[in-house]
Design a protein around this ligand. Structure first.
Ligand code: 13P
Length: 354
């Protein structure tokens, strides 16, 4: 167990965060196409090589999460991705869930799957060099019912969601995954993501995030998961994308830390936020604002889009623009490490564009 706690502490070491580059083949292909890049296996590989070989990446990134396809591919010098990453001082991570599927008994809702055969898959990933893993549950917020505090109607599709059954099913799966990871000597990133889609306000996001985290920690306890060998990857508490509510980074930070302090056990090794589709600079500003609040765990980033979107746009599949893509990623990492250390400024944010 001491090894797991050490690895977890390394993942959230001061000034460092985790890079999420584990988009599934389908998601990565869609993002490549949107950027005007043919969605081939080689482009998916070349893009991930660009990311992990960014000069100096390990100064602000402790580890990188990959999907199964990339984990088995090689960088240009012939080393496997996990080997190349270990040599670059980056912990190799692997996404092990197989995605969200419709949940029987919960119309319109999903549960994240991938438990069948997971023990064997984890043993294989550990042999290939995986030091940590990720499993993502996705929770949608529906309009409030008439019993809620908002003004939305109770008649629309998804009213009142998430259901108790859905929250319990995802929390149970996360706990079984986490216990299996620890058995295999791999640190689990436990990611229950309350999505931003919807017109709900901050208060409802806070209530749903609290309910979800309470259930997750109850299940982790039932499964005997050692919390100092766990990194929690939650959403920030923000209004829905279609909400008219506007909030400052300080308000997001206060709402988020309040929910986390009440729900998250102090023994958890660290908390690494997802960016959730927020604009990259906004996710960074929110993270910077969190520093003003005391917490029993280190807070850091485990952004996907919030780190890599500018790199993909700068690269556009052109081998001659790899360095541009890497500079774009290095800039976002620099902004986010500055957010962690209290040195994030507007001038730093705009320095790259200038
Ligand atoms: P985003 O930061 O783009 O939300 O991605 C993080 C992640 O790993 C989602 O599972």
């Amino acid at each position: 167990m001491a090894d797991l706690a050490r690895t977890a502490a390394e993942m959230v070491a001061p000034g460092k965060g985790v890079l999420a580059a584990d988009e599934s083949i389908a998601t990565m292909s869609a993002r490549l196409e949107k950027a005007g890049v043919a969605p081939t296996e080689e482009h998916r590989r070349a893009y991930r090589e660009l990311l992990v070989t960014t000069p100096g990446l390990a100064r602000g990134v402790s580890g990188v999460i990959l999907c199964d396809e990339t984990f088995r591919q090689c960088v240009s010098d012939g080393r496997s991705f996990p080997d190349a990453m270990a040599r670059l001082g980056l912990l190799p991570g692997i996404k092990v869930d197989t995605g969200a599927r419709p949940l029987a008994g919960a119309p319109g809702e999903t549960v994240t799957e991938g438990l069948d055969g997971l023990r064997e898959r984890l043993a294989e990933y550990a042999a290939l060099g995986a030091r940590f893993a990720k499993w993502r549950a996705v929770i949608s917020i529906g309009p409030e019912t008439r019993y809620g505090t908002g003004t939305e109607t109770d008649t629309g599709a998804g009213a009142g969601l998430p259901s108790r059954w859905k929250v319990r099913a995802d929390a149970h799966a996360l706990a079984r995954y986490a216990a299996l990871c620890q058995e295999a000597g791999i640190v689990p990133i436990v990611e229950p993501e309350v999505l931003m889609e919807g017109s709900h306000g901050t208060a409802r996001c806070a209530a749903v995030t609290s309910e979800v985290l309470d259930e997750v920690f109850a299940e982790l306890a039932s499964a005997g998961v050692e919390l100092d060998g766990v990194v929690l990857k939650p959403n920030m508490v923000v209004p829905g994308r279609e909400s008219s509510e506007t909030v400052t980074p300080d308000e997001v930070a206060r709402a988020t830390v309040t929910v986390l302090r009440a729900a998250v056990d102090e023994r958890v090794a660290g908390i690494a936020f997802l960016s959730g589709g927020q604009r990259a600079a906004r996710a960074t500003a929110n993270l910077a604002a969190m520093r003003r609040f005391e917490t029993p765990w280190p807070l850091t980033f485990s952004f996907g889009r919030g780190l890599v979107d500018p790199a993909l746009t700068a690269w556009r599949g052109d081998p001659a623009r790899v360095a541009d893509g890497q500079r774009a990623l290095a800039h976002r990492v620099a902004c986010n490490t500055a957010a962690l250390t209290g040195t994030y400024t507007d001038a730093l944010e705009t320095a790259h564009a200038a």
